[in-house]
Design a protein around this ligand. Structure first.
Ligand SMILES: [Zn+2]
Ligand SMILES: [Zn+2]
Ligand SMILES: [Zn+2]
Ligand SMILES: [Zn+2]
Length: 292
């Protein structure tokens, strides 16, 4: 079963490099190496030596140790292939323990954010332009003018540039660390701070612009529907005297009687100076006005 799986894989030519549309594309891992590394995972293998025996068809090999030494009954001890005392690190793990890696595995990189689709606005394009300018300057500074046109995107590819614009649009890049995590840009360590600076400058401009936009829209709405609408609400509020229709955050509580919906200066208040009898009015300053 192992043999046929391996043979099939070999005849399919797996483990080779093939050219696709001008790009080098690595196909699956060489099956022999795959079975060797993952011998303990593949069902029916469970031994690394078995993989060698299969790959090199060792069972079919005839031993010739009697040919070079026919005086010895057991043949030539040098050419006689006997089964080794140690099989493999699955069967004899203790023998191989000193070959294990003692280097701690690097921590897994934290995953980048999944960004929703959006339509680029003029601030996104402004940032894109600024990054292109930065890239051009950097290319000239690092490689000189001569390289600019031939190797345009060495420091930052257009895909990377676009990725940075997208992340910046969703406010995912505030620090150099963010830039690394979100884009995996390999030049983050060298130029990350410069890019974050550019992003921050553009974010500030974009925020101001959008705040101004919101404010403008709010004023427009107020002008369009405001005066009539607010007059209407005021009328209901004053006429009903109760506050059931008013959201609680708009309700005020009266300091004189403790009821909601009016204040102590309002004459709907039962404790308003205008409703209090003369007998209760000792030490109370006379009402400021008399309504009704
Ligand atoms: Zn083994
Ligand atoms: Zn020999
Ligand atoms: Zn009053
Ligand atoms: Zn009151």
């Amino acid at each position: 079963m192992l043999a046929s799986a391996l043979l099939e894989a070999f005849t399919r030519g797996e483990g080779q490099f093939t050219v696709h549309a001008g790009k080098w594309q690595k196909k699956d891992l060489d099956p022999g190496i795959d079975y060797l590394i993952n011998a303990s995972e593949h069902s029916g293998v469970g031994c690394q030596r078995k993989v060698f025996d299969t790959c090199f068809d060792n069972t079919a090999a005839e031993s010739d140790h009697h040919e070079c030494n026919d005086s010895n009954m057991s043949g030539c001890p040098c050419c006689n292939v006997t089964s080794p005392a140690t099989c493999c690190d699955i069967h004899d793990p203790s023998v191989f323990s000193s070959f294990g890696s003692h280097l701690p595995k690097p921590p897994q990189a934290s995953p980048h954010s999944c960004l929703p689709k959006y339509t680029k606005n003029k601030y996104n394009y402004k940032l894109e332009e600024a990054l292109l300018d930065w890239h051009e300057d950097k290319m000239v500074a690092v490689y000189g003018w001569a390289c600019l046109y031939d190797h345009g995107a060495v420091i930052m590819t257009s895909t990377m540039l676009n990725c940075i614009v997208n992340c910046a649009h969703h406010q995912k890049i505030l620090t150099c660390q963010d830039l690394k995590r979100e884009t995996r840009w390999m030049n983050s360590n060298w130029f990350g701070d410069e890019i974050v600076n550019i992003i921050q400058q553009h974010a500030a401009v974009g925020r101001e612009a959008s705040l101004l936009g919101e404010l403008g829209a709010a004023i427009d709405n107020e002008l369009a529907a405001g005066p009539l609408l607010s007059l209407h609400f005021t009328t209901i509020f004053l006429a009903s005297g109760d506050s059931l229709n008013v959201p609680s955050k708009c309700r005020s509580r009266c300091s004189a009687c403790g009821q909601e919906g009016h204040n102590a200066r309002n004459c709907v208040c039962p404790k308003h100076a205008s409703h209090v009898s003369a007998g209760d009015k000792e030490n109370v300053s006379p009402p400021a006005h008399l309504c009704a």
